[in-house]
Ligand binder design. Structure first.
Ligand code: SF4
Ligand code: SF4
Length: 179
């Protein structure tokens, strides 16, 4: 079984939002909703300030609180990829998963089901990268299998310092940020 993860280099991201546009185009997210977004965070004290830019999305957590709260089994971890997904036809739109997610990664689609990032699993199954990764002009996004020690993601996490968003939530995010 693969264990897919995304690694994003905050030292190379310029916040251009190409990833957000690519996702919207690829996944046809409805007007006013998105599966990924850009966060800008300032660290330090003036005049020693540093700006960190992050492309964020569902973290495909290893311990995802959005899954056990789902009353219908719609929200689940795909056993072949470890990606957290939602069966649209099983979802009743109760929003329990939205309340449980510490990252605000889900939204209710106008058609009544809950939607979010899928790591573009439809592309991954065809041997392609997620749409966001494929368009990044600074090549700051990497996607791959952490079970493969030779993958870009495994190699980068061994070689560089990294962090995840809100580690205290205990969800074990699988989107890593190089710092
Ligand atoms: S980021 Fe939120 S929606 Fe995604 S797996 Fe984690 S808890 Fe679930
Ligand atoms: S909104 Fe849908 S996916 Fe979320 S908990 Fe309810 S039934 Fe499950």
């Amino acid at each position: 079984m693969a264990k897919y993860a995304m690694v994003i280099d905050t030292k190379k991201c310029v916040g251009c939002s190409d990833c957000v546009v690519a996702c919207k185009t690829e996944n046809q997210t409805p007007e006013g909703f998105h599966r990924d977004w850009i966060v800008q965070q300032t660290h330090g004290t003036y005049p020693n300030l540093a700006l960190e830019i992050r492309s964020e999305r569902c973290n495909h957590c290893e311990n995802p609180p959005c899954v056990p709260v789902c009353p219908t089994g719609a929200s689940h971890i795909d056993k072949y990829s470890n990606i957290t997904l939602v069966y649209h036809d099983k979802c009743i739109g109760c929003k329990a998963c939205i309340a449980a997610c510490p990252y605000d990664a889900r939204y209710v689609h106008p058609d009544g089901y809950v939607d979010k990032c899928t790591f573009c699993i439809h592309r991954v199954k065809q041997g392609k990268k997620p749409a966001c990764v494929s368009v990044c002009p600074t090549h700051c996004m990497y996607f791959g299998d952490l079970e493969d020690p030779t993958s870009d993601v495994s190699r980068l996490l061994k070689a560089r310092k990294w962090k995840v968003v809100a580690p205290a939530a205990g969800t074990k995010p699988q989107v890593y940020y190089l710092i």
